[in-house]
Design a protein around this ligand. Structure first.
Ligand SMILES: [Fe+2]
Length: 371
């Protein structure tokens, strides 16, 4: 990931950002991808929503819509909706007696052992961890991927360090603050590819599974959190909620930055089901799931190398704004049940789909639409 800027700018407070100050924030987001505001504990759920929505004023509903309610969704246990601001979710760890209209909630920081095919042994679990799941915040079925996500750290337990292992045979590992959120850049991921793979990425479209978070619920993740292992454990389409064909999404593999014009390699690795390989006017659909995943992993893995990861060291009051259309991010770490952590997350389903490569770059239509 490109260096995170350390310069601090004096802005009007978030609840009342002027248009000029918002313009500064918008440019910072699209140029730097992750923007950190310190000391923002005073920001209300409403103000957090308004900041998030300002990047896409026509967007109104939470990025996953109401699909979180599906009990079989892998997202269901991790998020609690704030009743008076349904685009804002509470996430974290431990028991919280009362918060913003939610009472007696028990939050659970996701642990990799619930999602990965293998796990770090219990005896090492305090000191070693993994990336839980690299992802984009997006429903990938029906609703368009949100432009921006905001995360506000309301309560952060005392910090210590853990070593995040990739456990993929490379020996790669990274020392991270407990409970960090890890980010990698889709631009760096694209730039790391060979010229041939960049051309492949520019001419390929990614088809996501219908109801992807239910579909993947039977399967398990690779140890690096970057996509699933292929054991035929996905939920068969016949056992998913009704599939509406027009909600299935086929999106470009590269998404264009609206300010810089750069292309990000931007794939949700665990939700991908097919690849549409472009070759001039012809398209070949690769639908062997194991092959699809191997190809996607080969393209993405260099982009999560330890030196390319930004692991945010959370302090209470941090409000992190990230460009959801150019980064992948992951939960990391494991908390004890009595370590209380409370965060608020907000994103809104976008009013338009991301722009892909143009015709000259080998892309198809300038703007992808749902299938
Ligand atoms: Fe997320």
């Amino acid at each position: 990931m490109s260096p995170i800027p350390k310069d601090r700018k004096k802005l009007t407070p978030i609840p009342s950002l002027t248009d000029a100050d918002f313009s500064v924030v918008r440019t910072a987001l699209f140029e730097h991808q992750v923007v950190v505001f310190k000391n923002q504990s005073h920001v209300s759920p409403r103000a957090q929503f308004e900041l998030t929505q300002r990047f896409d004023p026509a967007a109104t509903s939470y990025g996953h819509g109401a699909t979180l309610d599906a009990k079989r969704s892998i997202l269901h246990p991790d998020l609690k909706t704030i009743p008076h601001q349904p685009q804002v979710q509470v996430i974290g760890n431990g028991f919280v007696p009362s918060y913003e209209g939610l009472t007696k909630i028990t939050l659970k920081h996701p642990h990799h052992r619930t999602f990965h095919a293998t796990a770090i042994p219990d005896a090492e679990d305090r000191d070693f961890t993994r990336f839980y799941r690299w992802h984009i915040d997006a429903a990938l079925y029906g609703l368009a991927p949100p432009i921006a996500t905001t995360l506000l750290a309301v309560r952060v337990p005392g910090g210590r360090l853990q070593t995040c292992r990739y456990d993929d045979g490379t020996g790669d590992e990274l020392v991270v603050p407990l409970g960090t959120t890890a980010f990698v850049s889709g631009y760096a991921m694209y730039d790391a590819l060979s010229a041939a793979d960049q051309a492949l990425a520019r001419t390929t479209k990614v088809e996501y599974a219908p109801h992807p978070y239910i579909w993947m619920s039977g399967a398990k993740s690779r140890p690096d959190g970057l996509g699933m292992v292929s054991e035929g454990k996905e939920i068969p389409l016949s056992q998913l909620p009704e599939v509406e064909e027009d909600k299935i999404q086929i999106l470009p593999m590269c998404w264009r930055n609206p300010v810089t014009g750069k292309l990000a390699l931007q794939i949700h690795p665990s939700a991908v089901r097919k690849l549409h390989l472009g070759d001039g006017d012809r398209t070949t659909v690769l639908d062997n799931l194991a092959e699809v995943r191997e190809l996607v992993h080969r393209l993405q893995r260099p982009g999560i190398a330890p030196q390319l990861v930004y692991a945010h060291d959370w302090e209470e009051g941090d409000l992190v704004l990230f460009h959801n259309r150019s980064v992948l991010h992951s939960v990391v770490g494991a908390f004890a049940p009595d370590e209380v952590r409370l965060f608020r997350q907000c994103n809104v389903a976008a009013s338009t789909f991301p722009e892909g490569p143009n015709i000259e770059e080998g892309g198809g239509a300038a703007t992808a639409v749902a299938a």
